[in-house]
Design a binder for this molecule. Sequence first.
Ligand SMILES: *Cc1c(COP(=O)(O)O)cnc(C)c1O
Length: 394
Amino acid sequence: MTDTSSHLMQAYARQPVAFVRGSGASLWDADGVEYLDAMAGVAVTSLGHAHPDIAAAIAEQAGLLLHTSNLFRIDWQERLGERLCALAGMERAFFCNSGAEANEAALKLARLHARRARVAQPQVLVMDNGFHGRTLATLAATGNPAAQRGFEPLMPGFVRVPYDDIGAVRRAAAEAPDIVAVLVETVQGEGGVRAAGAAYLRELRALCDRHGWLLMADEVQTGMGRTGAWFGYRHAGVVPDVVTLAKGLGNGFPIGACLARGPAAALFSPGGHGSTFGGNPLACRVGCAVIDVMAREQLPQRAAVLGRRLLAALRAALHGHPDVLAIRGQGLMIGIELDHPCAGLVGRALEQQRLLITVTRGNTLRLLPPLICSEAQIDDIAARVARLLDIDQT
Ligand SMILES: *Cc1c(COP(=O)(O)O)cnc(C)c1O
């Protein structure tokens, strides 16, 4: 393929491959070479590529109505709100177009919550190595100095503590009286595939109740079945006050959602927040179609089963590998932490194994396969990763 990228801003380090077609967990380039997708567009295409139900929903809605604006009632938006709230234990939804926007809505809810509690300089508690997006507010919430570099001054109003450390939250509560909310991932995806303990999340819930903080779960990556439950917090048996979603919700069609329950669900009033495209009929119909397929095929449960299978296969294949520090994960969100920087593995996986993977935190190979993978495809992913790391070793 000739390189015609000179008119694109250089925000990404791209692989020299372009795909022209996909089906399920397979992708093909223009030369007809087939690749196995173990990253699902970064936890987006959970139903696989070119899913017929999603394609049909898009095609039919495109022939009916794409956009009317939020100045009118939107039937598909109401339906998707109802379905997501029922699944998530929430009461009301606000729709937008991305994960960062969903978190912006959550952070604005935290500000309104603070106003109501008469806290003038509100702080949101966030975590080391957390990732919440690239807009200026979500970038400030993100615990990655490399992502923040060059964009200072960062938006104030965040207190950062180590992840999965309840003692650190207690100390922050004592030292920073103006905390009004906690924004937390149940599994840190960009932060190296680290799951918070169930006990930690339960204690976090209790601290939020005691102090009147909103518990805001960033489920942009973990939500919609990825971890083996519809939402990551379900593993811990807690219910947050605010939940943000995006990635898997549209299977590649852009959509984000901020869900809330209790007083947090009533904080926005007309004119208080908005999005031109957010919640349009097409995006919301796609979201409903994604839920239909996930529920019908029990994909959250399937992600749990396949995740256990993939973890076991990787542990067996990489047992005793000198470079592997840890193999961990929840559902189909799996990380293999190596003892050295391994960003180069992404290109080698493509070239040598025809396998799509990501590397996170510089040293962790991350697998996010579509939830519709067959057992054979899961075993194939493990085999290709094992070959990749064996070749890498020599
Ligand atoms: C990807 C991600 C985001 C940002 O989503 P965008 O759609 O890229 O804005 C936010 N939070 C988490 C946990 C994510 O993984």
